[in-house]
Design a protein around this ligand. Structure first.
Ligand SMILES: C[S@@+](CC[C@H](N)C(=O)[O-])C[C@H]1O[C@@H](n2cnc3c(N)ncnc32)[C@H](O)[C@@H]1O
Length: 500
């Protein structure tokens, strides 16, 4: 029996916001595809690892049924343990290889396969794609992410070096130092190669040994051109809908000459040209069944339909940067990184409305009622839809959903946090909010409070528990209550509290 590398060293555990069915369905609507209802969806994740992605989805969609499949028994055991401890009963985890596991035809509305396709033998790819196609329901959607060329070419030299060094006995923990050593040996004329090695070393520093092991040392890791992937998906009976993060593959965001050239090509060739121009290293493709696409007379198009935003819900991470200056023609909004200047008055009002209900999402109609005059014309509504679409695709900071993420902006007397986030706050690991975004919580006290927000405690109860821990009385009662209050506010703002 061959050893399982993921039993030996489990993979990093993360949630990927763009793989949430509510986000996938939103992109599908913008592409003219009618997605299956999200709240009651049947969801499959192939290569689910320790459940870092699937468990928070399950917790937020209690009416959905979820199945995670992975070949590593150690990772599946861990996923089951978290599900049990956190009381998540609508997800089951199956230890099995995707080649053999039983999947009834057409039995899943959403199939997620993140970070698997380019990590397996090349000959296994058609099998994996075939299993996905077979599992998809009629109008179901698959989200497949993988490493691509040409972006990965410049990292492959680092991989070859690290595999060679490992064959000489080097430990994975020393991978970064080893890359630095090689970089220092290179002659001055190889400055570009040194830069590439240094970039990989920085990435390994951010991600840790599990990532280094499976990305850079594992025997099977085969980034491919997106054109080759789309041919294989087509051979498996699936059509390309677009990317789960459309801003990364929008032809409109290319330099004008490349845009003109890409627009003259068929969709798959246009995407390949785009990857050469952008030196893409990672893709998140959305696929549908080709026979269902034919029946619906639906065709892949490089253009999304901004009007479809009117059927979606919007949440905003953008906040007004300065207090409003009456009469100013522009207003700055920021998500902490990017600053966007917005001049259209209804769009500005919409962003203020979204900021006032954050982290909740508002349906477009509700938002339009708040941001436009009561008797707003159809033209005004279309114009708002189009402005918000442009902001979403070009600047980020807005998130679109086809479901209502069960998140609250009011903590209530006995606050309740997402149970999977509570589990991670207690046992360690990445914390994921109800919008399926990872949240950094470096403060010990905030993590401590999060772990206890199960709806049984008031803020005063929490302050009393904290007092019992503070043996030497270094912090006053009032300070403790303030700390708890500030922690609950912070967790609410981060989208970690749910409707009780
Ligand atoms: C690189 S990890 C990605 C894990 C997770 N999806 C993520 O992106 O964080 C690849 C995962 O696929 C699983 N895997 C690889 N080949 C498999 C197969 N033939 N059948 C089932 N699972 C497999 C591994 O056990 C591992 O958990």
């Amino acid at each position: 029996m061959t050893r399982d590398l993921y039993d030996e060293r489990p993979y990093t555990e993360h949630a990927y916001a763009e793989t949430h069915p509510g986000r996938i369905a939103a992109v599908a609507r913008l592409s003219g595809w009618t997605p299956p209802p999200v709240a009651t969806a049947r969801i499959l994740e192939l290569g689910c690892g320790r459940g870092g992605n699937l468990l928070p989805i399950a917790a937020g969609l209690p009416g959905a049924t979820l199945v995670g499949v992975d070949g590593s028994s150690r990772q599946i055991d861990e996923a089951r343990q978290v599900a049990d401890d956190a009381g998540i009963s609508n997800v089951s985890f199956v230890r099995g290889r995707f080649e053999d596991v039983e999947l009834a035809e057409g039995s899943f509305d959403y199939v997620i396969c993140h970070g698997v396709l380019s990590w397996i033998r090349e000959t296994a790819r058609p099998v994996l794609l075939g299993r996905m196609a077979g599992a998809l329901s009629d109008n179901g959607l698959a989200c497949v992410s993988f490493n691509v060329l040409p972006g990965w070419y410049e990292r492959l030299a680092a991989r070859d070096w690290l595999r060679f060094s490992a064959s000489l006995g080097q430990r994975v923990e020393d991978a970064g130092a080893s890359l630095a050593w090689l970089g220092a040996q290179l002659a001055p004329e190889h400055a570009d190669a040194r830069g590439h090695l240094a970039a990989v070393a920085r990435r390994l520093d951010e991600t840790g040994p599990a990532y280094a092991f499976h990305e850079y040392l594992a025997p099977e890791h085969h980034p491919l051109l997106v054109g080759a992937f789309l041919d294989e998906a087509s051979a498996a009976g699936m059509s390309y809908l677009g990317d789960a993060v459309p801003a990364t593959t929008s032809l409109d965001l290319l330099p004008s000459e490349a845009r003109e050239r890409a627009r003259a090509l068929a969709p798959a060739a246009a995407q390949q040209l785009l990857d050469f121009v952008r030196c893409t290293a990672f893709r998140r493709a959305l696929l549908v069944r080709a026979d269902a696409a034919r029946t619906a007379a639906w065709q892949t198009s490089p253009d999304l339909q901004p009007a479809a935003i009117r059927r979606l819900r919007l949440a905003s991470r953008l906040r007004p940067r300065d207090s409003r200056v009456p009469g100013a023609r522009q207003e700055a909004f920021t998500d902490g990184d990017v600053v966007v200047q917005v001049s259209d008055p209804p769009t500005r009002r919409a962003l203020h409305e979204l900021a006032s209900v954050a982290p909740r999402a508002l349906g477009f109609d509700d938002l339009a009622r708040r941001a436009l005059l009561a008797d707003a014309t159809e033209t005004a509504q279309s114009s708002l839809a189009s402005e918000l679409f442009d902001l979403w695709i070009a600047a980020g900071g807005l998130d679109l959903y086809d479901h209502d993420p069960a998140v609250t902006s009011r903590a209530g007397e006995r606050p309740v946090a997402c149970p999977v986030a509570r589990w991670h706050a207690q046992h360690g690991g990445v914390v994921t909010n109800r919008l399926h975004q990872e949240v950094l919580i470096p403060d010990t006290i905030v993590r401590w409070v999060l772990a206890r927000l199960d709806g049984t405690r008031t803020r005063q109860d929490l302050a009393r528990e904290a007092r019992a821990l503070d043996g030497n009385g270094a912090v006053s009662d009032v300070e403790l209550e303030q700390l708890v209050e500030a922690s609950v506010d912070r967790l609410t703002a981060c989208g970690l509290l749910v409707q009780a």
